[in-house]
Design a protein around this ligand. Structure first.
Ligand SMILES: [Zn+2]
Length: 278
């Protein structure tokens, strides 16, 4: 499942071109078609196609794990969820619908002989087309890189929650962007057990955790994300996992055996020596 670094990698490719793709900003939308109705959360597909046609893509951005395309008047938001992916490809053959692949769910036709295709085998991904992006993002917590998250502010937020660290960090209303991989990696880097109560952390531990979260995410972005249990292509962060899916292997810091447990139905990987329960 794509997390912040994988989404950021896709955002940068769509915004700047590269990775074999074309840049989207500045292009006018010439039409749209939804192939699987439930992919489009709002509005209905007819209104979507009518209203989006003629609008200009201003840029491509990310909030947490959401992709945002601010347009001339509305905003297109995309959440990839389990298996969603986006590709830009030539459309000149027969326009919107020709030569689509199985599991393609929506197509946006672009000026310059291109189309943006949303591909999603498991159908959990969603697209919103709205006047105000905050109508979708209102409950989203701050981005881990947000400057409002000073160590003091992060500490205050942790102690106000009184929850176990792992489920709290996965909660997108607390902080937006972390998933199972980068949470396990950050907790290991910070030397914090996944089940420690968030209100037990002192300011120093909160700062260490915040720095660790940013470091593992930056490393993930630098490596174009992780290509694991997902169709996502091209990332290689999976080759530098410290604990994630390394159960039974030696901890890269101390050599003790990495353990696995289940926390809130999520497989959780940790080193009992580096991350004592306290
Ligand atoms: Zn260790």
């Amino acid at each position: 499942m794509p997390e912040l670094p994988e989404v950021e990698t896709i955002v940068r490719a769509l915004r700047d071109g590269g990775r074999g793709g074309e840049a989207l900003p500045g292009r006018q939308i010439q039409g749209a078609r939804v192939l699987w109705e439930r992919t489009l959360a709002t509005p209905d597909s007819q209104e979507f196609a009518e209203r989006i046609t003629g609008q200009l893509i201003k840029t491509v951005e990310r909030r947490g794990k959401f992709l945002l395309l601010p347009l001339s008047t509305d905003t297109l938001l995309i959440h990839l969820r389990m298996s969603g992916d986006l590709r830009v490809e030539p459309s000149e053959l027969n326009g919107v619908e020709a030569d689509l692949k199985p599991h393609d769910r929506a197509v946006v036709l672009l000026q310059g002989g291109l189309r943006l295709v949303f591909h999603d085998p498991r159908k959990f991904g969603r697209i919103w087309f709205v006047a105000d992006p905050n109508s979708v993002l209102a409950n989203l917590g701050p981005d881990p890189f947000s400057p409002i998250l000073t160590p003091q502010e992060f500490h205050q937020r942790l102690i106000s929650k009184k929850r176990q660290l792992k489920p709290l960090l996965l909660d997108q209303s607390f902080m937006a962007g972390l998933g199972n991989i980068y949470t396990d990696e950050a907790l290991h880097m910070a030397g914090l057990h996944p089940l420690i109560a968030s209100d037990q952390l002192n300011i120093g531990q909160a700062e260490v955790l915040l720095i660790a979260i940013r470091k593992v995410l930056e490393e993930g972005i630098r490596r174009n994300g992780a290509s694991i249990d997902w169709v996502y292509r091209g990332g290689d962060f999976q080759n530098s996992f410290r604990v994630y899916q390394r159960t039974g292997e030696a901890c890269p810091v101390c050599g003790q055996t990495i353990q696995r447990m289940t926390v809130g139905q999520r497989g959780t990987h940790y080193c009992p020596n580096c991350q004592p329960r306290g």
